[in-house]
Design a protein around this ligand. Structure first.
Ligand code: 5GP
Ligand code: ZN
Length: 112
């Protein structure tokens, strides 16, 4: 599978794994946009948010719960943080494997 996140999830590419369970893996973004920038990635290769089936819907809730927990661990829960899912070319998605960005540790600007 020529997918960078599948290769990280499969242990083929070494990464600083911050969290892992039977559904998701989390690791720091290689090119951080904030002091805390963590990616929460499903182990299953789902290309994008639009490809998420009804039965996979609970996975998004789990990803959000894991992100909240990582935000707490990173100490940004109280000051606040941002969760982002980019979807498709105009949504700014570069890696075609669904992922949730956890951004924190600085004041976020407006979206755009
Ligand atoms: P997207 O634009 O698809 O929402 O975000 C993809 C993110 O993945 C980018 O922020 C980029 O820096 C990150 N990224 C791309 N390749 C790698 C990699 O090999 N390792 C890690 N840790 N992050 C990556
Ligand atoms: Zn993949």
């Amino acid at each position: 599978m020529d997918c960078i996140f599948c290769r990280i999830a499969g242990g083929e590419i070494e990464s600083n794994i911050l969290y892992q369970d039977d559904q998701v893996i989390a690791f720091p973004d290689i090119n951080p946009n904030a002091p805390v920038h963590i990616l929460v990635v499903p182990l299953k290769h789902i290309e994008s948010l639009v490809d998420l089936t009804a039965s996979e819907e609970p996975l998004m809730g789990h990803m959000r719960a894991v992100a909240n927990r990582l935000a707490r661990d990173a100490g940004v829960s109280q000051k606040g943080y941002r969760l982002v899912v980019n979807c498709g070319p105009e949504g700014g998605q570069l890696v075609p494997h669904l992922h949730l960005h956890l951004l924190g540790g600085r004041k976020m600007g407006s979206l755009g």
